[in-house]
Design a binder for this molecule. Structure first.
Ligand code: NAP
Length: 338
C-alpha cells in the first residue's frame, strides 16, 4: 500500500533515509524545509523527480506553509524536532518548537484528511526519571519529568509525545496516531549536516576524547529506523501504539572497540581506555555539554524493541555494521580526517 506522504524536516538524518525508502516503495513524497534554498543541495541526495518528491517551506513555530504541504496527503511522518549537541540557553528553545510543532502538524494533517500520522518520538520519552542503575524499558514506560536526570531535550520529546497523544484523544477524530521511539541512531550519514547522535562516532574517530567515559546507549541503525517508519505508516490495527526502535545497549568503550577491531588503520586515534568517573565529573564543571550527561555515568537504559519485531515484522542489522558504516561515511565525506 502506498499514498502521498509528508515527511517533515527533509534535511534531517532520519528523514532523509525515510524519504529514500518511501520513494523506492512507490510513494509520492512531500517534505518540509525551513530554508527553501537547501532544496538544490538536498534533492540530488534524496532522489526522486519533481513529481514524486516535492519540497515545501514550513517551520515548526509558524503556520505558514503547512496547509500547502499537507494538501492531498494521506499520511504524515512527523520527524522534524529540534535536536542539538549543545545545551540550549533556555529549555523552551527546544520544548516549544517540539510541542507546538507536533500539534501544528497534527492540526493541519486533520484538516487535510490525513489517515495515519507517525511521530518520531524517542526513547527519551520513555527511559528517564527512573533513577540510576540498570533498567530495561518497554513502551509501557514514560519518562518522569521530575527526575534529576531529565534535561531539556528529554523534556522536549516527552512533552511533545504527551501533547500529541492528548490532542489526538480529544480532537483527532479519524486520524490514527502512532509513535516511533528510537534509541541513539547511527549508520551512514547522507549529508554534511548530520544528526547530533553521530557526534559520538565522530569524536571517537577524530581522537577528540582522551578516553571513554562510562556512558552507554541503545544503538539502532538509521536505515532500520526509516524502515520502521515505513511499516508504521501502513500496518493495520496499530492506532495509538508506541514502537521502541533499538538494538543492543552499548557502552562507549564497546563502540570504540568495534572501530578498532573492524577498521584498525582509520581508528588509530580512537581511545580504548576507560575514563575514571571522577575525571568526567571534574570536566563537567567546565563543559556544559558534559554537564548534561554526567548523571548518566554507569547507567544502563536498555529499551526492548520486541513489540516492533513481533507486530511489524521489523528486523535490525548487527550493531557493529551501524558503527562501522557510520565511521566509513564520515571519512568518505571528509567530515573526519584520519
Ligand atoms: P536531525 O538530522 O538534526 O534532524 C532534525 C530535523 O528537524 C532537521 O530537518 C531540522 O531542520 C528539523 N527542525 C528542527 N527545528 C525545526 C523547526 N523549528 N522547524 C522546522 N524544522 C525543524 O536529527 P535526526 O536524528 O534526524 O532526528 C529526527 C527526529 O528523530 C527528531 O524528532 C529526534 O528527536 C528524533 N530522534 C533522533 C534520535 C537520534 O539518535 N538521531 C533518537 C531518537 C529520536 P534544519 O535542518 O533546518 O535544522
Amino acid at each position: 500500500m502506498t499514498g502521498t506522504v509528508l515527511v517533515t524536516g527533509g534535511s534531517g538524518y532520519i528523514a532523509g533515509f525515510a524519504i529514500r525508502q518511501l520513494l523506492d516503495a512507490g510513494w509520492q513524497v512531500r517534505t518540509t524545509l525551513r530554508h527553501p534554498a537547501r532544496e538544490a543541495v538536498l534533492r540530488p541526495l534524496l532522489g526522486g523527480d519533481g513529481e514524486s518528491l516535492r519540497f515545501f517551506t514550513a517551520d515548526l513555530t509558524a503556520d505558514a506553509g503547512w496547509a500547502e504541504a499537507m494538501a492531498g496527503c494521506t499520511h504524515v511522518a512527523h520527524v522534524a524536532s529540534p535536536f542539538s549537541t549543545s545545551a540550549p540557553r533556555h529549555e523552551d528553545d527546544l520544548i516549544v518548537p517540539a510541542r507546538e510543532g507536533v500539534l501544528r502538524a497534527l492540526r493541519f494533517a486533520r484538516q487535510a484528511g490525513v489517515t495515519r500520522f507517525v511521530q518520531t518520538s524517542s526513547v527519551a520519552a520513555i527511559a528517564y526519571g527512573h533513577g540510576k542503575g540498570v533498567h530495561r524499558f518497554t513502551e509501557a514506560d514514560w519518562t518522569d519529568l521530575a527526575g534529576a536526570d531529565v534535561y531539556a531535550y528529554v523534556k522536549s520529546k516527552t512533552l511533545a509525545e504527551r501533547a500529541a497523544r492528548d490532542w489526538v484523544a480529544a480532537e483527532g477524530g479519524c486520524l490514527e496516531f502512532v509513535s516511533i521511539n528510537p534509541a541513539a541512531v547511527l549508520g551512514p550519514v547522507w549529508n554534511d549536516d548530520f544528526s547530533p547522535s553521530i557526534e559520538v562516532v565522530r569524536q571517537l574517530l577524530a581522537g577528540l576524547l582522551p578516553g571513554c567515559p562510562d556512558l552507554g546507549f541503545g544503538i539502532v541503525d538509521v536505515r532500520d529506523v526509516a524502515d520502521l517508519h515505513v511499516r508504521a505508516l501502513t500496518a493495520p490495527g496499530i492506532a495509538g501504539e508506541r514502537f521502541i526502535a533499538s538494538g543492543p545497549f552499548c557502552k562507549l568503550i564497546d563502540v570504540a572497540r568495534v572501530l578498532k577491531a573492524r577498521m584498525p588503520d582509520a581508528a588509530r586515534k580512537v581511545p580504548t581506555r576507560r575514563l575514571p568517573d571522577w575525571l568526567v565529573r571534574v570536566a563537567a564543571r567546565f563543559n556544559p555539554m558534559i554537564r548534561q550527561i554526567v548523571g548518566e555515568l554507569g547507567n544502563v537504559r536498555d529499551a526492548d524493541a520486541g513489540h516492533a519485531l513481533a507486530v511489524l515484522g521489523w528486523q535490525t542489522r548487527p550493531v557493529e555494521d551501524s558503527i562501522v558504516d557510520c565511521a566509513r561515511s564520515l571519512i568518505e565525506r571528509g567530515i573526519v580526517k584520519v
